[in-house]
Write a protein that binds this ligand. Sequence first.
Ligand code: HPA
Length: 248
Amino acid sequence: MSRIGIIGGTGLTKIRQLEIIKRQVVHTPYGEPSGFFTWGQLFGHEIIFLARHGYSHHLPPHKVNYRANIWAMQDLGVERVIAFNAVGGITEEMQPETIVIPHQIIDYTHGRDHTFFEGENSSGVTHIDFTEPYCAQTREALIKAAEKAGVKIVSKAVYAATQGPRLETAAEIDKLEKDGCSIVGMTGMPEAALAKEKGLSYAACAIVANRAAGRGDGEITVEMIEAHLKNGIVSAAKLLEAVMPKLL
Ligand code: HPA
């Protein structure tokens, strides 16, 4: 049975249904993770939860210590990670509150500590194969579970990982769409690559919080994002309930 880690993004600093067993602080060679790790029972299965932005949501996307988070997850014995990300919807299909299981990523971030392979202590230069950034088996389990539970999802998307913390300009979103991206978020990278470097099975579950810049009517507000995430998370919880037995 593989131990499951869940990384919660904006709007998901805790899982309501999680029956907490213990909280654990982990120190890593890469510094401090976003917060303590919460061990608990979720729909009858033991999981380890971490709030990516901290439990009081104080860490912006570019300040998250992705290396410490992933290192600690592996140190705690996690083999499979489901990561939640709030995103903006670029293409027409990506309307607010849609749940999306991306299959590809383009990384537009910069200046983040993005690798465990610094070349210093390892025996040589290491290049991981990142052709498929997400674990096919975990994605498949999420997609099948959604079908079974009647949760409407979009089962393919290219995730544009932007630097933030500001949202994009309308022209930037046009460029991302030309690049083939259908959703945009700030936390997908380097998390996915670091998980791959550590050999973790990693898949993302994105929740569309808003239409991306220039795609909706008017300004994108925090209130709008929060309201959509609140509803999206209800579907995400149903999806988690359905997927748990499929991941054992
Ligand atoms: N852009 C980038 N990240 C986001 C967005 C967005 O529109 N919405 C939620 N996270």
